[in-house]
Ligand binder design. Structure first.
Ligand SMILES: [Zn+2]
Length: 316
């Protein structure tokens, strides 16, 4: 699979990046020989055909929603270009807008969401994103920029084969797991860190949108300087400050790993400050978890900041 993005390839004649599908790899355990290649093809086709939850209907997107998706992808690719990465192709059809009640049922049935308040506004089922319809334009911009970044994250699928090679069909014990998405490992390892980087990139996208004149003044006021996962971002920024002389450089290593599947950021932490790994691995998407992580890492100033955020709700 030549899908994994490495250094950007720029066409010498038209100087225009050739868009690629978002990067993903499949690792197969348990299958050997010719069956392995065939299996790889079946899995790739299966992943492209998602989502398979056909009972959940999507709404026809409004003009604003379509524009927001297109602009988000455009500025996402501008950021990738700054890293020498190829543009990814995320067509508008890969982002699905759902009725809020339908979205909620989907999350409860398929994504194991149990009474979480607030319910997430969107989710990624690579290479698709699903979002609930929101009435507020600013909220739509916030959600779309965030989900589109998730879609461009490097994704690694792990397939555990227990196949009947005679028939080449999947048995009940076959399983496909997402081993890695961005910086997330498995279901919930480094989940909060991954969300922090996702939202950090989404903030840059919104900034670029605003600078290009793509947002009204009203929207600009509501989407610049605000975002989700602020407590997790506070932890991430402090980690970067602790470990890198230059903050932009440290963030760029984390972002590079997020897009390419490298592991330099966490390896650097593991080498320099191994005691940080365990709390960071455990940080999830809840604000309380970010607070616990800040405390475990001895980040007293950030812990105070996060407590204030929780009390006042002064973030998204
Ligand atoms: Zn997210």
């Amino acid at each position: 699979m030549a899908r994994r993005n490495s250094i950007g390839r720029v066409d010498a004649l038209c100087r225009k990046a050739i868009p690629q599908e978002p990067p993903f790899d499949i690792r197969i355990h348990g299958a050997v020989g010719p069956a392995r290649g065939l299996l790889q093809k079946m899995l790739e086709a299966g992943i492209r055909a998602r989502p398979d939850d056909k009972n959940f209907s999507e709404l026809i997107k409004t003009g604003f929603e379509r524009r927001t998706i297109r602009e988000s992808v455009r500025w996402l690719n501008a950021i990738r270009r700054e890293y020498g990465l190829e543009a990814v192709d995320i067509p508008v059809q890969m982002v699905h807008v759902m009725d809020p009640a339908v979205f909620e049922t989907y999350m409860r049935r398929y994504r194991g969401v149990r009474g979480r308040k607030p319910m997430p506004a969107g989710t990624t089922r690579f290479p698709h994103a699903l979002m609930k319809r929101v009435a507020d334009g600013a909220e739509c911009v916030m959600n779309t920029t965030h989900e589109v970044v998730h879609l461009a994250a490097y994704t690694l699928f792990l397939f555990r084969a227990d196949m009947d090679i005679g028939h080449l069909r999947f048995t009940a014990d076959s399983r496909v797991d997402i081993r890695r998405s961005g910086l997330r490992v498995g279901d919930d390892g480094f989940l909060g860190l991954n969300e922090a980087i996702t939202e950090y990139i989404a903030r840059v996208i919104r900034q670029k949108m605003a600078e290009s004149g793509g947002l009204s003044d009203r929207l600009k006021k509501k989407v610049i300087g605000f975002g989700t996962y602020e407590p997790q971002i506070a932890v991430l920024e402090r980690v970067v400050r602790e470990l890198f002389e230059n903050q932009d450089y440290g963030m760029s290593i984390a972002i590079w790993d997020y897009f390419t599947g490298s592991n330099d950021f966490l390896l650097h932490i593991r080498r320099q400050r191994p005691e940080m790994i365990r709390p960071l691995r455990g940080m999830n998407g809840y604000e309380k978890s970010a607070l616990e992580t800040a405390k475990a890492l001895g980040f007293t100033e950030e812990a105070r900041e996060i407590r204030h955020m929780i009390k006042t709700g002064e973030y998204w």
